[in-house]
Write a protein of this length. Structure first.
Length: 342
């Protein structure tokens, strides 16, 4: 736990939006606390949880990520012209799928693997060792697979740690762009596709609602890669943008009753919900800060996999991306039979 991790500082954008009575379009990750808050939430959720070991491992990873985010500096970022050009074309300036990655992220990865060695379960050691020694070709291929969603050739055992390094790298770049372009207007804004991150074009992990000032329960989508949160109105499908056929599901509601009305009432109060759309057949989870101030999209998503099982029984497809857990396999990285560090 980090002292002060629960203090949320408003960004200059949020302060000015609030003064103008508007909803800020972006909610920025904070360099000093971003992964520390995730770690704290993961530790809280891991106690007595069926997936407690995995959540605790992910908390250790978040702890290591926080140290790396605060140490990282000096990697190339888009200049003013590239930012303007992206804005003109309605595209994200730091696209996950084709941004030329600086080898700095390899150093982040090796540091994460070495930090994790200290507390890792015995089974995870071979994977961490392999990552510490992996060559650049292997690492770049893993990154390509993770960032483009083409899973062929992905080493599942090491994927959370590789993804953890890429998250640090992208979060750093987003923050570095803001630091570098301070006083020159907004470096990031709305892009043509409002279902993906306006900074890096990645899909969201989940929605998060927050109340600030007069704006009650505004919904933001949490980027699975860079951690930026962008605003989208409530009662709108974050996959197809349909507004007609949304329904909300939660675990408490499902467990307690066959009475549909009582069940819907309980679902309306749950900390973690699934927002499902009959138009496109997809769902995305939503976490609510006004029901629990410590919710964190990545952590709460990992800890609520039973909700995914429940909703998938209704035939809905998950759209949320959680790089800590691909393919829904709740296993810490251990000796996987097909894992090859070639
Ligand atoms: Zn992003
Ligand atoms: Zn939809």
């Amino acid at each position: 736990m980090v002292a002060g991790a629960t203090v949320r500082v408003m960004s200059p954008e949020e302060i000015s939006a609030r003064a103008a009575g508007e909803t800020a379009f972006l909610h920025w990750p904070e360099r000093a606390t971003f992964f520390a808050e995730r770690e704290m939430r993961l530790r809280q959720l891991s106690r007595g949880h069926a997936m407690g070991d995995f959540l605790a491992f992910t908390a250790d990873l978040a702890h290591a990520q926080q140290a790396q985010l605060q140490a990282l500096q000096g990697v190339p970022i888009p200049d003013g012209r590239a930012i303007d050009e992206a804005a003109r074309r309605g595209l994200p300036p730091l696209p996950a799928s084709d941004w030329p990655r600086d080898p700095a992220w390899h150093r982040v990865l090796r540091a994460l693997a070495s930090d994790l060695q200290a507390h890792a379960p015995a089974g995870a050691s071979p994977t961490l060792q392999r990552l510490a020694n992996a060559d650049e070709v292997f690492l770049e291929r893993q990154a390509d697979a993770l960032l483009t969603g083409v899973m062929a050739g992905l080493d599942l055992a090491s994927a959370p740690i590789v993804a953890g390094a890429l998250q640090v790298y992208w979060t750093h770049m987003v923050l570095a762009v803001r630091e570098h372009h301070q006083g020159q207007g907004q470096p990031f804004g709305r892009i043509d596709d409002e279902t993906v991150c306006p900074c890096c074009g990645s899909r969201p992990t989940a929605s998060i609602t927050r109340t600030s000032g007069d704006s009650l329960g505004q919904r933001y989508l949490h980027c699975s890669l860079c951690g930026m949160q962008w605003h989208m109105v409530r009662i709108k499908c974050p996959h197809c943008l349909g507004t007609k056929s949304l329904s909300y599901h939660s675990l408490d509601a499902a467990e307690q009753s066959n009475d549909a009305e009582a069940s819907a009432a309980r679902a309306a109060l749950a900390t973690v919900q699934a927002e499902a759309c009959d138009d496109c057949g997809h769902y995305l989870k939503m976490v609510h800060t006004d029901r629990d101030p410590f919710v964190e999209p990545v952590a709460d998503d990992l800890a609520s996999l039973t909700l995914d099982l429940l909703v998938s029984e209704t035939g809905k497809q998950r759209t949320g991306v959680n790089l800590m857990l691909l393919f829904g396999e709740p296993e810490p990285p251990d000796a996987s039979p097909h894992a090859g560090g070639d």
